[in-house]
Design a protein around this ligand. Structure first.
Ligand code: FES
Length: 149
């Protein structure tokens, strides 16, 4: 795998949280002129990466809907040639933990950050993983190999 790749943490700025948890609807946030929790989470993580001494080892990008609305707030992290991960049920209160997770993901050779290596708030946040295409036969072989748990 190439060494000049960087992970990107995509944060859904349109998420409102989990409806079953009693959060307000998107329309209620919008009618009140208030920032949605997903946008608050993006701002909080972006502030941390902007302030990081020496820079964060990953980029942060806002996105509109990761199609995981029922389990929002939602984020995804991906880097070519690694496994990508979709996380749900995260909110502005876990911004610091997501920042730490981004560091652990960047340091991982495969993208896998085991549960015990993730902050407590993210132990049950993984919704799915997905292959992120790389640019080499080695990348393709990595995603096609048999995984044992
Ligand atoms: S609005 Fe955030 S995942 Fe759909």
């Amino acid at each position: 795998m190439s060494d000049n790749r960087r992970p990107c943490l995509y944060i859904c700025t349109t998420c409102t949280g989990v409806a079953a948890d009693g959060v307000r609807s998107a329309a209620e946030y919008d009618d009140a002129g208030e920032q949605r929790p997903g946008a608050m989470l993006y701002d909080a993580v972006k502030q941390q990466t902007d302030r990081a001494n020496g820079g964060a080892p990953f980029d942060v990008q806002p996105v509109v809907c990761l199609s995981n609305c029922e389990q929002g707030c939602s984020v995804a992290i991906a880097e070519p040639g690694k496994w990508g991960y979709l996380l749900g049920r995260v909110g502005p209160e876990v911004a610091e933990d997501l920042f730490a997770y981004g560091h652990a993901y960047a340091a991982s050779g495969t993208g896998t950050v085991m549960r015990r290596q993730r902050p407590d708030s993210l132990h049950h946040a993984i919704v799915a993983r997905f292959p992120v295409p790389g640019d080499s036969a080695e990348d393709e072989a990595f995603h096609n190999r048999t995984v044992t748990k």
